[in-house]
Ligand binder design. Sequence first.
Ligand SMILES: Nc1nc2c(ncn2[C@@H]2O[C@H](COP(=O)(O)OP(=O)(O)O)[C@@H](O)[C@H]2O)c(=O)[nH]1
Ligand SMILES: [Mg+2]
Length: 306
Amino acid sequence: MRKDNSMGFFDKIKEALKKTSEKISISISGKKMDEDFVQEIEDTLIMADVGVETAAELAKKISDRKFSKETTELEVKQFIADEIYALLKPHESDFFSRNFSHSPEIILVIGVNGNGKTTTVAKLANILKISGHRPLLVAADTFRAAAVEQLKYWAEKIGLDIHVGKDGADVAGLVYDSIKQARTNGNDVVLIDTAGRMQNRGDLLDELEKVKRVMKKLDESAPHKIILILDGTTGQAAHGQVDIFLSKIGIDEIIITKLDGTAKGGALISLSRKYKLPILAIGIGEQLDDLKPFDAKEYSRAILGI
Ligand SMILES: Nc1nc2c(ncn2[C@@H]2O[C@H](COP(=O)(O)OP(=O)(O)O)[C@@H](O)[C@H]2O)c(=O)[nH]1
Ligand SMILES: [Mg+2]
């Protein structure tokens, strides 16, 4: 595993969210703590994709707080960070703190093409392996040959078991076989990397439905977790993706990737509030250790640049 000695865990998250925190520019020098000031903060939060409603709510809190002339910039930021923390705390995931209740635990990873599914499956499997699990990766994106190669690359690099189907294999059949393989080989968790589902491709959504149906023949309670991968750079537009997958397939948890390359890091706040879904982790880079379990405290401080 790549070691990063130059930066601590939190510094790395803060660095990754720099574009967002720079967008939320709160400068109080020479300003009166009046309604114009509050409006300015509200605008800045909207620009960082916090969402119009949430920004208005936060603005009201700032207004009610009635900061005095002596207030420092850090105090204002700290106040906003605390309010955001309170909003996000209920949406922390217990994924890493709980034992899996099935063996194998079957996890289906879904999302639009390019959002970071394959990379995230590898990163997640790596964390699980480090904490003593024996994951089986399943290359269920048979849509593109390159996708299978990509997952194979990660499996080799991390040293993980992988299930790959025959060319042109039916996806549902492939997943069925992979679960049998996991049972035989003692893998306690199965991570299924699926093909990118575009909202306008009904057939691909149907295929996912079939995958869900077929795995139930082996385990009635499967899939035990459905994780939706969202691309952080899409900001508010991610809402449309959640709507589709929620209505057609179901979602248990979300992971938001690419927060390192965007000023729209605030989108996580409106997403979690609207859909009340736990945020399992955030992606802050392309390396294996660039997936961080979501921590509301860290995140709320990082997007304010504290
Ligand atoms: N900067 C950055 N890039 C990421 C992150 N997650 C994934 N990517 C990149 O996004 C691209 C698409 O990822 P991929 O896993 O192939 O997406 P998929 O089509 O959903 O499977 C790849 O180049 C990844 O390296 C992230 O958190 N940060
Ligand atoms: Mg992929």
